[in-house]
Design a protein around this ligand. Structure first.
Ligand SMILES: CC(C)(COP(=O)(O)OP(=O)(O)OC[C@H]1O[C@@H](n2cnc3c(N)ncnc32)[C@H](O)[C@@H]1OP(=O)(O)O)[C@@H](O)C(=O)NCCC(=O)NCCS
Length: 175
């Protein structure tokens, strides 16, 4: 398995990954998010990676920048992530998350946020405590899923900081 940056010709295959990994209710929403992130130009850049197993794309992850109303912090959000069911539980998801963490750490990002299952993300060090002062753009359906991981040696914000996401994530249905 190798991890590489996503290219535009991966678009259809990435759409299929989300189609196979997510439930019927969620798949279209999340697949469209993955593709829209690929099409959007952001500053700083959205990072998107695919896992390739024997030349077949088996996993995908994206990290998009967030704007914080406390400009001292540089942040990203991890979303979405999926691995095709036939290749789950082989460490692909973990390697995609760790690859992104490594890349973002190298460019001086302070905080990485995620909205997902704490049972999965806690293994990488994400916690609800770290995210508690970073206010998401919409009211969360599952507040316990909002987690953060500090990538620099700075402490998390001590008072509430409003975050703004890239347009693709500005959809209340995703929160
Ligand atoms: C979540 C997902 C990306 C993990 O990918 P993966 O390649 O199977 O992950 P890894 O092999 O690195 O890790 C597998 C471990 O994660 C666990 N895991 C997977 N999904 C989990 C979840 N939602 N909650 C808790 N644990 C989960 C597995 O049980 C396994 O545990 P183990 O190490 O104790 O055996 C993949 O299962 C997936 O695509 N799921 C559907 C889409 C999804 O839910 N994406 C968003 C994640 S919140």
């Amino acid at each position: 398995m190798r991890i590489r940056a996503e290219i535009s010709s991966d678009k259809d295959r990435i759409h299929c990954i989300y189609g196979s990994a997510f439930s019927t209710e969620e798949r279209e929403l999340v697949a469209n998010l993955a593709v829209n992130l690929l099409l959007e130009e952001t500053k700083p850049k959205t990072l998107s990676f695919v896992a390739e197993t024997e030349y077949r794309i088996t996993g995908h992850i994206a990290f998009s920048p967030i704007t914080l109303n406390d400009n001292n912090y540089k942040g990203y959000i991890l979303a979405p992530l999926a691995v095709v069911p036939t290749h789950q539980k082989q460490g692909i998801g973990s390697q995609l998350v760790q690859h992104g963490i490594q890349q973002l750490s190298q460019v001086g990002i302070d905080i990485l946020l995620v909205y997902g299952d704490p049972k999965y993300y806690s293994r990488f060090g994400f916690s609800e405590e770290t995210a508690k002062n970073y206010i998401p753009p919409y009211k969360l359906q599952y507040p316990f899923g909002w987690q953060g991981l500090m990538l620099s040696d700075r402490p998390p914000a001590k008072s509430p900081v409003q975050i703004t996401c890239v347009p693709a994530l500005h959809d209340p249905a995703l929160w």
